[in-house]
Design a binder for this molecule. Structure first.
Ligand code: GTP
Ligand code: ZN
Length: 225
């Protein structure tokens, strides 16, 4: 399969049948990265032109291409399923049945209303179904993949929970995100002190004691410095 020219139908689960989808057009995967960069570059030059900027200036002339490349290859790379991390499963041979928490995962995402960043931490917990586990770093990679799209924090939280349930073959997952939205801190109301918390508790994490244990783990600093 030519992953550069993948179609919506070929994507299957990722964007189409997942619980909470990023709103995408049916032809979202018909263009290559290079074709997308070309189109965005032209339009961004128009935006700069409308703002009155001189595109022949040495420092500005490369900006439309830089922005286009940044959108497609960097900050919105999570729109392209070929960048989805492969979370290879391992058998849970050691039969660890406790809670596993990956905390302080960096979140660098982008508000879909203003295309400004929101930056914070995700804390993720799961209880193994007894069958499968995935490598720790894959949890961080899943958070990063779904972050690198135009997002709202609520959808990001749910997409991470959906993906973990599938990758880990368990109902028991928790996703907690605390982040600062630059659209709130740098413009509009310009409130630099507030942050936004979203939390999704599924399966055993809906039980009050289990949920409390997860919150204790993410709020207790036990790291060896
Ligand atoms: N629920 C939710 N809202 C968000 C998120 N990121 C940004 N927003 C909000 O989206 C809203 C967009 O509101 P609008 O009234 O259409 O836009 P606006 O005039 O720029 O709003 P102000 O930010 O109040 O100036 C704002 O209130 C943002 O704070 C998010 O992740 N989740
Ligand atoms: Zn915003």
């Amino acid at each position: 399969m030519d992953l550069d020219k993948i179609t919506a139908e070929e994507i299957g689960e990722d964007h189409i049948s997942n619980g909470v989808n990023t709103p995408l057009r049916d032809d979202a995967f018909e263009k290559t990265d290079e074709e997308k960069i070309e189109i965005i570059q032209e339009h961004f030059a128009e935006i700069m032109h409308a703002l009155g900027l001189d595109l022949t200036d040495d420092s500005l002339k490369g900006t439309p291409y830089r922005v286009a490349k940044m959108y497609v290859k960097e900050i919105f790379e999570g729109l392209n399923p070929k960048n989805k991390p492969v979370a290879r499963q391992f058998n849970n041979n050691y039969d660890y049945q406790g809670m596993l928490v990956e905390k302080n995962i960096q979140v660098t995402s982008f508000c879909e209303h203003h295309f400004l960043p929101f930056i914070g931490k995700a804390h993720v917990g799961y209880i193994s179904s007894g069958k499968k586990v995935i490598g720790l770093s894959k949890i961080n990679r899943i958070v990063d993949y779904y972050s690198r799209r135009p997002q709202v924090q609520e959808r990001l939280t749910l997409q991470i929970a959906d993906e973990l349930q599938e990758a880990l073959e368990t109902d028991d997952v928790a996703v907690f995100i605390d982040s600062k939205h630059l659209c709130v801190s740098t413009r509009g109301i310009k409130d630099q002190s507030s942050s936004t918390i979203t939390a999704e508790y599924r399966g055993a994490f809906q039980n009050e004691d289990t949920q409390q244990k997860f919150i204790d783990y993410i709020t207790t600093n036990t790291e060896i410095q």
